[in-house]
Write a protein that binds this ligand. Structure first.
Ligand code: HAM
Length: 426
């Protein structure tokens, strides 16, 4: 073993987890593509300033968790590994003039992200998100569409009892008023708050609702609810979203103190949680409306809404419930050979099988045929083709334990393919 280990919080994902990840990701792409979302792939690093401006200079994600890359030369701008997708999608929306396309622009990506967080179960320094963004529509209908899409995805992978915890975090018209009453509420315990929470009270009292500190948590219970301080426009939006979700069959749990860890949210904010789970740490995903973000990043005033679901947490939840799909079967057919000189032919036959849609590999060794058969059995192959010294082929049915007389190549290859197909080992 070398002395090297994978860095803390950055994992190797091996079977059977790797298959579960791939399965959850494929489901994500197909759920979004089927609903009319277009694929987008973004760079893994962006200007640090993009994240600072979009996510918020005082958020944990920017102050503590951003992986900043060393500046390589004087003319290059400081870059950071992406901690989330939304900022990059909005940057791309503006850069590529997507405003001139029919609105909303619906985009989907599955992306690897980096946050220098304290690693623990469900929280890693590299993780994967299924991210959806719909930019350019201010109506409540698109919120309902996006929230339902995430719910349907989570149900489709087997998490049928998923709940949507929903709140409204208002807009620049009503938020200042709410922040005043919220700050007043926490001011009563200001001297008992932790130094971090005292700073939050000054800078952004909304974050106190998400504090892990005992005093803040206890005092948050009786905190004023944003829904009671929304302006008429936000209140009507919130009402319409809830009504539409109920008709669309999405279970909504009222979460009057739900706040998100990123600063760009306005109006609708939600999290996907399994019953009994609480707070952002336990969330499978979260999202919200971000009507000020495009403008904040230098574009014209443009509304947007989206979510991200953590694939790592989805896989964890499936594992805990014993719902992970079985890893893919190894090759259905193994092509063995008696003569060392037949390796090229074995490879050609395996390739021909794969081209016809049947999984196959060649045994490329020069071991005794018995050893080759043993490893085919260990791989749970369905059939073995043996290349005989005279170039003819024999077919062995591993389930039946039978072997046919040697025959011509085309006939035996097609019989092996047939056997693999009838036994479901494509
Ligand atoms: P977020 O709540 O920061 O939102 O992350 C969304 C999800 O990503 C979380 O609910 C969780 O499942 C997963 N996640 C976050 N951090 C980690 C981590 N360290 N390890 C494992 N999984 C993690 C956003 O990122 C927003 N950009 C979502 C959004 C899209 N809002 C609008 N559009």
């Amino acid at each position: 073993m070398s002395g090297f280990q994978s860095p803390r919080g950055l994992r190797d994902i091996r079977e059977p987890d790797a298959s579960a990840f791939a399965w959850a990701e494929e489901h994500a792409w197909s759920a979004a593509l089927a609903a009319g979302y277009a694929r987008i792939q973004l760079p893994v690093a962006e200007d640090s300033a993009l994240f600072e401006r979009a996510i918020g200079g005082t958020s944990d994600v920017v102050t503590k968790e951003l992986y900043r890359l060393a500046v390589r030369s004087e003319e290059s701008t400081p870059l950071a590994l992406r901690p989330e997708v939304t900022a990059g999608v909005v940057r791309a929306y503006l850069q590529h003039g997507m405003r001139s396309e029919p609105q909303p622009v619906r985009l989907v990506t599955v992306a690897e992200l980096f946050r220098h967080d304290r690693p623990q179960k469900g929280r890693y320094r590299q993780f994967t998100q299924f991210d959806i963004e719909a930019i350019g529509d201010a109506g409540s209908g698109i919120d309902i569409e996006v929230i339902e899409l995430g719910t349907a995805y989570l149900r489709s992978v087997g998490l049928r009892d998923i709940e949507v915890h929903l709140n409204s975090v208002g807009c620049p018209t009503c938020r200042p008023g709410y922040l005043v009453v919220l700050a007043k509420h926490f001011a009563a315990v200001a001297d008992r708050l932790s130094p971090v929470d005292q700073a939050r009270l000054e800078e952004n009292p909304l974050r106190l609702l998400d504090s892990k500190d005992e005093v803040a948590v206890a005092h948050a219970k009786g905190a004023p609810r944003f829904v009671e301080h929304l302006c008429a426009d936000c209140a009507e939006h919130d009402r319409a979203v809830r009504e539409g979700l109920s008709i669309a069959g999405v279970t909504v749990v009222d979460a009057p103190h739900l706040v998100r860890g990123l600063d760009y949210y306005t109006k609708t904010a939600w999290e996907y949680l399994l019953p009994g789970e609480q707070g952002q740490q336990g969330a499978l995903g979260g999202g919200g409306r971000y009507d000020g973000l495009v403008e904040l990043l230098g574009g014209p005033a443009t509304p947007g809404v989206g979510f991200a679901i953590g694939i790592d947490r989805v896989v964890l939840a499936l594992q805990e419930r014993g719902l992970t799909p079985a890893p893919q079967r190894p090759p259905a057919v193994v092509v063995c050979g008696i003569e060392p000189g037949s390796v090229g032919m074995r490879i050609a036959i395996a390739s021909e099988l794969r081209a016809s849609g049947v999984s196959a590999r060649a045994d490329v060794s020069t071991r005794k045929i018995g050893k080759q058969l043993e490893s085919a059995v260990r791989d749970t192959a369905i059939a073995v083709i043996i290349v005989e010294p005279d170039g003819s082929l024999s077919l062995r049915d591993l389930a039946a334990g039978s072997q046919a007389e040697p025959g011509a190549r085309a006939m035996v290859v097609s019989a092996a393919a047939q056997l693999a197909r009838t036994q479901g080992g494509q």
